[in-house]
Design a protein around this ligand. Structure first.
Ligand code: LMR
Length: 395
């Protein structure tokens, strides 16, 4: 049986991590996978997470099965975090299941959408996160793209995006990034969200919003603007969230899939299908990450501490954006890289060729995705000069 298989290339993002780890160059820089790093290059556990874990260790009294939906309290807290004081919560049109990370949330969403309409078409931005396409295809969806990032002008192709989506009808799904677009860092502004939401209402396509970076753009509420606006206006939508980045819970694998239905009765039917999807893939989610998040979000003190730690991460990344641009200027690089400072979240495209990306890796031990997507959190005061010098050389 196994003899029928052909070897596949390493994942374009995770494969880089493996290469970086064995690189012996003391100057190596990891701008690959999207994880937050502090100034020392370490992905530390948040203090609020440490406190919540201690509390759970002392108070947890069973390891019995949790059920396909996961923790009800985590699901409620996530609803409040994402939607705030939103009318859809009081209308009882929201159902959430805890999932193994954001990727698990997307796979559950995709399988759910396939149950709604086998072979449904999902439209994703060009470009989008490298794993979106494979994941949706693996779940049996048909993937098409809409224009999004203008590589030449470092801007959004908003008119083209709108023109393509205006031909998408009610049987299709459209994937949006809530904030901190991965990989481009180019987000929709509020007026653009308003136009997209109006189109979704008019055409009736189903929005699937991927929100993996809430709090890394402008702030928790600001980053949820598009999600909340969409939820207030459409009859049905699906939302995938992740606690990997904003709670730093990467390896705990905790996220959520949320569905919003037209009314209570249809939402309940949809929820029964969602639970069955979960049962058929992994039965029920891991509980530890959810327990940490619900402990933090349900405590005024820990929630406040988390807000502060999240703001520190956000501010450091934004500072790194300016730091890189300043250092490139200091190296005498003439090309204009100012666009990096106005993009949001963990990523930006540097805008160099795949050959130059490879040269940075081979000759300078600087790792970024072949598209020149950089994880900005990997920049530090201690490595930015070497980084800017190396970029200047390959340019
Ligand atoms: C990334 O885009 O680097 C992250 O979302 C990690 C991943 O799983 O790809």
């Amino acid at each position: 049986m196994f003899g029928n298989l052909s070897a596949l290339p390493a994942d374009p993002i995770l494969g880089l991590l493996a290469k970086y780890r064995v690189d012996q160059n003391p100057n190596k820089i990891d701008l690959g996978v999207g994880v937050y790093k502090n100034e020392a290059g370490h992905t530390a556990i948040l203090d609020c997470v440490k406190t919540a874990e201690k509390f759970r260790l002392e108070t947890e009294d069973t390891k019995v099965y949790i059920g396909p939906a996961g923790s009800a309290s985590y699901n409620d807290e996530m609803g409040k975090l994402v939607f705030g004081e939103h009318e859809i919560l009081s209308q009882n049109r929201v159902r959430t299941v805890s999932t193994p990370g954001g990727t698990g949330a997307l796979r559950v969403a995709a399988e759910f959408l396939r149950s709604c309409k086998p072979g449904a078409t999902i439209w994703v931005s060009d470009p989008t996160w490298a794993n979106h396409t494979g994941l949706f295809k693996a779940a049996g969806l048909t993937v098409k793209t809409y224009p999004y990032y203008d590589y030449e002008n470092k801007s959004l192709k908003f008119d083209e995006m709108l023109a393509t989506l205006s031909n998408v009808g009610k049987d299709d799904v459209v994937l949006f990034h809530a904030c901190c677009h991965n990989p481009s860092g180019m987000d929709l502004n509020q007026v653009q969200w308003q136009k997209i939401v109006a189109l979704a209402v008019e055409n009736g396509f189903t929005p699937l919003i991927d929100m993996a970076y809430q709090g890394f753009g402008d702030g928790l509420d600001e980053d949820a603007y598009g999600v909340r606006l969409m939820a207030a206006n459409v009859d049905e939508m699906v939302l995938c969230t992740s606690c990997s980045k904003n709670f730093g819970l990467y390896r705990e694998r905790i996220g959520a899939t949320t569905i919003i239905g037209k009314d209570v009765a249809t939402t309940d039917i949809a929820y029964s299908v969602l639970l069955s999807v979960v049962r058929c893939i992994y039965s029920m989610p891991p509980a530890h990450g959810a327990a940490i998040v619900e402990t933090i979000l349900s405590s005024d003190e820990l929630r406040q501490q988390w807000h502060e730690e999240l703001a520190q991460m956000r501010n450091r990344i934004n500072g790194n954006r300016q730091l890189l641009v300043d250092n490139l200027k200091a190296q005498g690089v003439e090309r204009d890289f100012n666009f990096i400072t106005s993009q949001k979240g963990m990523f930006s495209f540097l805008g160099i060729t795949p050959e130059q990306v490879q040269q940075l890796q081979d000759e300078y031990s600087i790792y970024m995705v072949g598209s020149s997507r950089m994880s900005i959190a990997g920049i530090a005061n201690s490595n930015v000069e070497y980084l800017a010098q190396s970029i200047s050389k390959v340019l």
